[in-house]
Design a protein around this ligand. Structure first.
Ligand code: WT7
Length: 656
């Protein structure tokens, strides 16, 4: 652990518990403690037997695999020898059942239009687009970048890539041209799929403009496909850019699924680490599909008659696993919404739940905090009685927000599943089972079957009940990441080196209470969790120092009412430290610069100019001290390694 977090002290002592109602348990897919324990113990003692049995009954294979798992962590391979296709499992296999004419996706645009795709209709579109990919020369193993708004074409493009075996790399629409170029280049993408723009709070997000600006630094990209969404003016370059609707016009819907190896790369998703460029987390085919299929069913108690809505953006892992792949593999009905929760007003989500009669609702603590701030009058105006289950993901939820969600949205009737997982884990790892687990506000409760976590010290020694430490996974699971794209060494180093390859560690601190419930306390590395999404302090620092006026920068997080963590930047300018209007202008300029370099998601909340930063004698910035200053706290910890004491006093003076 870094110098700042050598002791994780838990201050949360929550004692309320909320068992599921008898009625809920009676109808739940996993319905008793005994059933859960039996599954969990079998998966722990005989993972190959447990996952093998499910893989045979729950997935459709072109060729059955030879062995369930080969090799130790970190290099475990799953279902080797098998041939399978994710698109087949999400679409084709439902067409021979009554689900053929069931809604697969119900999509709503920010501007209010609704488009519904049955499994048959979605299959038709995906087959057509898969043949478009063929025609453009995209082959199995090629990488394709998707930089798109939340429209059905995004899901269609994903499933078409999976169908032909192209590996998709989705970039969240809030990222800038530079971020697109970095990712295009790292993945060596051949094709980019985008749209003219997307709607967000009534404004047009200029997606094609950003793609155009990224092209100069994306030499691997040969072609760009553009969906017409907003109808705004775009520049189309001859021989490079194609309209989606033109290509689809004469495409034939007869594209069968390519038979792919179980370990064929399904997608790359870039996520922030504490050092270096973004990490291209790679997920493969069969294991990821099995994991997302089963966790969707177990955690959301997903049934054929449910209307299920996950409010995440597909640009994040939550959208990949729990809007598209998991729900569709189960033959469920998944809702997809294009826009903002406060457009045209703060009642949008509740109005949509009422109108679509949503049964299962999955959102993030940062959204819940915004709902609380906007006021009870918004949900109160709507009939939310269709809801039967609520979920959260992205960061620890504070018990007060949990209680509000429970009372105001769930009417004290709906179980809440607080789901802990990561981009790297591919699917939910620790979560209540809604028909089984008595929940405690703020705890993600217990590991799912197949997940065997532990809380250990820096040296890997197990800790006792309520002792805070590092959260690790002691066994491999089918949906774990396989590598960091193009850098297997970094993969081993980042997640496994700390404990000599024995455990998977991705940076969270946690404790386990006397009932075996996990309480995640957040990240222990230099990664911020802003609105439930990981941002690397290092990348924001690089963006700052790339500005001509900046000599050095240090970025830390501070508690933020809505975002969870806000971004505070300490900046040493090249010249004199400005004050007054000049300082305000310089702050504005740097904020715009960071947005431009990384995207709106990384917008700094505070820029503080300083002439020095607190450093250890070895030159390491003491982030713990900066965090205290950013949060307006006195520094309680040890400062004996600080090189220049006067720096602290000076920094405090920069406090607004
Ligand atoms: C990090 C992973 C998983 C999809 C969204 C974020 C934090 C996530 C919880 C939770 C406490 C949580 C962790 C984790 N986190 N869910 N239920 N309780 N913390 O994916 O960007 O890969 O971030 O989010 O710190 O390591 P991600």
């Amino acid at each position: 652990m870094s110098e700042n977090s050598s002791a994780i002290q838990s201050v949360l002592h929550e004692t309320r518990t909320f068992p599921p109602s008898e009625e809920f348990s009676k109808h739940a897919i996993i319905s008793s403690e005994e059933q859960y324990e039996q599954m969990w113990n079998r998966a722990k003692d005989d993972p190959a037997g447990f996952w093998g049995d499910i893989a045979q009954t729950e997935l459709d294979w072109f060729k059955m695999y030879d062995s369930v798992m080969d090799g130790k962590m970190p290099n475990t391979k799953w279902f080797t020898g098998g041939k399978i296709n994710v698109s087949y499992n999400c679409l084709d296999r439902h067409l021979t059942t009554w689900r053929k004419n069931k809604a697969a996706i119900i999509w709503e645009g920010e501007t209010g239009e609704v488009r519904t795709f049955t499994y048959q209709q979605l299959h038709h579109e995906v087959c057509k687009f898969a043949s478009v990919l063929d025609k453009l020369g995209v082959e199995a193993g090629d990488r394709v970048t998707l930089y798109m708004p939340m429209i059905p074409e995004l899901a269609i493009a994903m499933l078409a890539c999976a169908r032909v075996g192209a590996t998709h790399s989705i970039i969240f629409g809030g990222f800038s041209a530079d971020a697109i170029a970095d990712r295009n280049h790292d993945a060596q993408s051949k094709l980019v799929i985008t749209a003219d723009g997307g709607w967000r709070r009534g404004k047009e997000v200029p997606l094609k403009v950003n793609v155009d600006a990224s092209m100069e630094k994306s030499p691997s990209v040969e072609k760009v496909i553009v969906v017409r969404r907003t109808g705004g003016d775009v520049n189309m370059q001859d021989g490079r850019d194609y309209w989606w609707h033109d290509l689809m016009e004469d495409a034939v819907a007869d594209r069968e699924c390519t038979h792919l190896d179980s370990e064929h790369p399904l997608f790359i998703l870039y996520t922030s680490g504490s050092t270096g460029k973004p990490k291209g987390v790679l997920h493969t085919t069969a294991g990821y599909l099995l994991g997302t299929t089963m966790t969707s069913r177990w955690v959301f108690d997903l049934k054929a008659e449910d209307t299920y809505w996950c409010t995440a953006d597909i640009g994040w892992i939550t959208g990949h696993s729990y809007i598209v792949y998991g729900p569709l593999s189960n033959g469920a009905t998944t809702m997809m919404y294009e826009g903002a929760p406060n457009w045209p007003d703060e009642g949008r989500f509740w109005e949509m739940i009422e109108r679509h009669k949503v049964n299962i609702f999955y959102t993030a603590p940062t959204a819940i905090r915004a709902f609380i701030k906007w006021g009870d009058q918004w949900p109160e105006q709507h009939d939310l009685s269709s809801l039967r289950l609520l979920g959260t993901v992205g960061e620890p939820i504070n018990p007060e927000a949990w209680m509000w969600y429970h009372k105001m949205i769930g009417a004290e009737r709906c179980p809440i599943v607080d789901t802990w997982w990561q981009t790297e884990t591919g699917g939910i790892m620790i979560s209540p089972l809604p028909g089984v687990t008595a929940t405690k506000p703020g705890s993600c409760t217990k590991p799912l079957p197949g997940v065997v976590p532990a809380i250990v010290t820096e040296k890997g020694e197990p800790l006792g009940p309520n002792e805070g430490g590092l959260l690790v996974m002691t066994q491999p699971w089918p949906h774990m990441l396989r590598t960091l794209y193009g850098d297997h060494e970094r993969f081993v180093e980042t997640y496994f080196a700390k404990f000599d390859g024995k455990y998977y560690f991705a940076g969270d601190g946690a404790r386990k209470d006397e009932d075996g419930y996990y309480w995640v306390m957040g990240r222990v590395d230099d990664v911020l969790n802003v609105s439930g999404h990981r941002l690397s302090t290092m990348e924001i620092e690089s963006a700052l120092v790339s500005h001509e006026s900046v000599a050095e920068a240090a970025v830390v997080g501070f508690p933020h009412d809505l975002k969870g963590e806000g971004i505070c930047c300490f900046v040493i300018p090249k010249g004199e430290v400005a004050s007054g209007d000049a300082a305000v202008a310089a702050q504005k300029e740097l904020i715009a610069h960071v947005r431009n370099q990384i995207g709106a998601i990384a917008t700094p909340d505070q820029i503080r100019f300083t002439s020095a930063l607190p450093k250890t004698r070895s030159g390491k910035i003491m982030r713990r001290l900066l965090r205290d200053i950013a949060a307006g706290r006195e520094s309680a910890g040890d400062t004996t390694t600080l090189e220049d004491y006067s720096v602290l006093a000076k920094l405090r003076d920069t406090d607004e």
